[in-house]
Design a binder for this molecule. Structure first.
Ligand code: ADP
Ligand code: MG
Length: 381
């Protein structure tokens, strides 16, 4: 759906864009809070996408970014090298800075970017990575998807200051239709695994903003846990690399809350690799069980769930769904529910339970594993 971004570009800047590209949001099947701990994740790209239409800056401008989004239609104008804009345009300035460091964009380059996206913001579906990956793909079509993912990751992590891992940008850049991506965040090994199961997405309507709050605190706790565990195992580089059969030793070495955080990361790492294996073998029932286990670990040990998410997962379990869990960091956002192809009762059961508890509906949609970032045509065929 590139039209809204292209139309917005024309309307705002009075010219035709030079290029456009789109990139998807994502849903993580399993592997929560493992990415920044050097563990595996198993996301799919979803159908909702961000599109960026780009073109050269106004004549006479030097080093200027002009950015507009369908979200508010007002133009942000900033010298992208010298100042980081407040708010969303910081993602774009970060992308430009990273492309400059790769010599893809000249230091005095001026650029206009119009953005449209149907990835809901702050719903745990990674609207931020979709935005950054779409912009990077439009600006640097010669870069490989992995390089695009790196540019978008550093834009968000180093420039905007969200202490995210590399998962969101990687799946947005590398996603493949009908596939989940097993991505090992320490070795960067990426394996496509066929995924055609039926998956529901339940939006709790509770929004999070990851640039503040829980995520940064959890990251600090994980870093602290690694520091202490290095006394036991000096070569430990990542928390996720702690051997799972050494969990008793880990428990002895750490106090709460570091102990619970670390047990979650180490067991979630083993769970995710096992889940990928089960998916490859088509063992959906056992795969679903691991989703429930993952949610329980997020809720009890990592304490990143919310009452709304717990309501959805409990209702899914009661209705007989194969599996369910929060997805995308937690503290609100969305839950996924794995159901049989013929299942008709899980969605209404979740809806009833949610309405009873919160007096409002929770939108439920079906998600399919969709394509990663790609260039868009500027003209209708
Ligand atoms: P999410 O889980 O959706 O990625 P984040 O808090 O990481 O949540 O990122 C949301 C931020 O991304 C928004 O506050 C905004 O700065 C930016 N963003 C995402 N999509 C858009 C858009 N279409 N237009 C403008 N900004 C956007
Ligand atoms: Mg995000």
């Amino acid at each position: 759906m590139p039209r809204p971004a292209i139309d917005l570009f024309r309307k705002t800047f009075g010219t035709t864009p030079r290029a456009a590209a789109s990139a998807p949001g994502r849903v993580n099947l399993i592997g929560e809070h493992t990415d920044y701990n050097g563990g595996p994740v198993l996301p799919i790209a979803i159908a909702q996408r961000a599109t960026a239409a780009i073109g050269p800056g106004a004549p006479g401008d030097s080093g200027v970014l002009e950015a507009v989004s369908t979200r508010d239609n007002s133009v942000v104008r900033v010298k992208w090298q010298e100042e980081l804009p407040e708010g969303w345009a910081a993602y774009l300035a970060g992308v430009l800075r990273e492309l400059w460091s790769l010599d893809v964009v000249p230091p005095d380059g001026s650029v206009r970017i119009a953005v449209a996206s149907d990835v809901p913001i702050g719903a745990g579906l990674s609207s931020s990575a979709a935005l950054a990956v779409a912009a990077a793909t439009a600006l640097a079509p010669s870069l490989a998807p992995r390089q695009i993912a790196g540019v978008a990751f550093r834009a968000e992590h180093d420039h905007v200051g969200v202490r995210c891992g590399v998962m969101d940008q990687t799946i947005s850049a590398l996603g493949k239709r009908g596939h989940a991506l097993l991505f090992e965040c320490a070795s960067l090994e990426a394996t496509q695994i066929g995924f055609g199961a039926r998956l529901l997405l339940v939006d709790t309507g509770k929004r999070h903003d990851l640039s503040t709050g829980g995520l940064n605190q959890r990251r600090a706790e994980c870093e602290e846990a690694v520091k202490r565990l290095k006394i036991e195992l000096p070569e430990l580089a990542w928390l996720a690399s702690w051997p799972v059969e050494w969990l008793p030793r880990l428990k002895r070495a750490l106090r709460e809350p570091l102990r619970s955080r670390a047990v979650h990361v180490v067991s979630e790492t083993a769970r995710t690799r096992f889940a990928a294996q089960l998916l490859r073998q088509g063992k959906l029932k056992q795969f679903g069980k691991l989703l429930y286990e993952s949610h329980e670990s997020c809720r009890r040990l990592y304490e990143c769930s919310s009452p709304e998410l717990d309501t959805v997962v409990a209702a899914a379990k009661r209705a007989g769904a194969l599996g369910a869990r929060l997805t995308g960091a937690g503290w609100g956002g969305a839950a996924i529910v794995l159901v049989n192809k013929t299942d008709k009762k899980t969605a209404p059961a979740i809806q009833r339970a949610f309405e009873r508890a919160y007096g409002r509906p929770a939108p439920i949609s079906e998600v399919q594993a969709s394509a990663g970032a790609h260039a868009e045509r500027l003209y209708r065929q």
